[in-house]
Design a protein around this ligand. Structure first.
Ligand SMILES: [Zn+2]
Length: 408
């Protein structure tokens, strides 16, 4: 007989946690390091201690609940996500990954199974970035991308810092906020996008996180009268932008279905209907899960801009605004997830995450992958966020299978 999670217990834990910070519209407002976040953490710790787990809190308030293995000198298999929410957040984002991890531990506990490797559930501090910016700062400090001091000094709008708030709610731990050896790390999460629902599959086997690059393209033309000036004598930044946009859409098609090209904000000045604009500013957002292709798209964007602007006799500059490289998850972790799904005979989709997660940082120092389940209409960061109990159960069962494969 295969080991089965208790889907009703998991659902009821999710609903109990959702009462802490519940909003009128059925969502959750449990922002990082508030009294409500403390209450959520306390409840989670109680649940873990009931089944004999040991608690460790690091200097950034990241929580690790450990179920011992038969050889505790071996590196743990890690699960987890976050318990903080957006101000108008839902019941599942992050929480599902934490309580799904707890359900795996409870299932093993009930079956009196001790794995070879210890197993830990992590709760990462301030994943959402709603109260303290930036997002994912707990896992970011942990993996070494930010210094501890940087993390501690992040302040909310009232000036309260992470360090002060951790101290106030009793979660300023003394374990070093630094990577430790990890056998494998898994994050179970709702998709937060529409793909799984559209293809009618229950599980997303996540390969990585798409990379993105943000630019401002500024094109300088010559303002002239819309009537008397023949078309061929103009230096028109809009004409150049139109051609660049068309060619970038073609570029996204060339690398479809995973490439994205978005022009979310276009401004011209001086902004008069009968004058060719002097300046046009276009935001460009390019994304792809394969870093090599993303770099190729970046290069093509620069070539296209240069060529078009030369031909249109306008000057231009490209301002680099943000560069977030693509993340490729660990093959062994991905394979463990896929084979766990196949054991269950479920339909799955190999996919990439369009959103950032703690796993982006964890994957820098440990073998990592993620498991997605559908959420209703792809809606997240919204009180209406919803997921089906049967999908919630299926994802957790997949997590259990993957964890057991690597912890035994
Ligand atoms: Zn999340």
């Amino acid at each position: 007989m295969t080991l089965q999670i208790n889907s009703e217990r998991l659902w009821s834990s999710l609903m109990t946690m959702a009462e802490i910070g519940a909003t009128d519209k059925g969502g959750c407002n449990r922002q990082a390091l508030t009294d409500l976040d403390k209450a959520g953490r306390d409840l989670f710790v109680d649940w873990c201690e009931e089944i004999g787990c040991e608690r460790r809190v690091d200097q950034m308030g990241n929580l690790f609940l450990r179920k011992a293995g038969t050889d505790n000198s071996l590196p743990p298999v890690l699960m987890g996500s976050h318990l903080d929410t957006q101000p108008t957040g839902g019941k599942f984002d992050g929480v599902y990954g934490v309580l799904g991890g707890l359900e795996v531990l409870r299932t093993l506990h009930d079956a009196e199974i001790t794995t070879l490797h210890p197993i830990e559930v992590a709760v990462w501090t301030n994943e959402e970035g709603a109260r303290f910016s930036p997002a994912m700062v707990g896992s970011g400090v942990w993996c070494g991308d930010f210094s501890l001091d940087y993390g501690w000094q992040r302040a909310d709008k009232q000036g309260a810092t992470i360090q002060q708030e951790l101290e106030r709610i009793g979660y300023l731990g003394d374990a070093p906020c630094a990577p430790f050896p990890i056998k494998a790390a898994f994050e179970l999460h709702i998709e937060q996008g529409p793909i799984l629902e559209a293809v009618g599959k229950q599980i997303g086997v996540v390969q990585g996180v798409q990379g993105m690059r943000w630019y401002d393209l500024v094109i300088h033309g010559q303002p002239v009268h819309a009537g008397p000036t023949p078309m061929e004598q103009r230096q028109d930044p809009v004409k150049a932008a139109a051609q660049i946009i068309t060619q970038l859409y073609a570029l996204a098609d060339e690398f479809s279905p995973q490439a994205r090209a978005t022009f979310g904000d276009i401004n011209v000045s001086p902004g008069s209907r009968n004058t060719v604009p002097e300046t046009l500013t276009l935001t460009v957002d390019l994304r792809h899960p394969n870093q090599d292709i993303l770099l190729k798209m970046d290069q093509k964007f620069r070539e296209i801009s240069k060529q078009v602007c030369q031909d249109s006799k306008v000057n231009y500059e490209i301002l680099d605004e943000w560069d977030s490289p693509a993340v490729a998850f660990d093959k062994t972790c991905i394979n463990a997830v896929r084979s766990s799904v196949e054991d269950m005979g479920l339909a799955y989709e190999e996919m990439f995450s369009g959103a950032g997660h703690d796993s982006v940082y964890i994957s820098k120092v440990a073998p990592t992958s993620m498991i997605f389940i559908p959420c209703e209409k792809g809606i997240s960061h919204n009180e209406a966020e919803n997921a089906k109990p049967e999908d919630i159960a299926a994802g957790c069962q997949v997590l259990l299978g993957a964890v057991v494969k690597l912890a035994m």
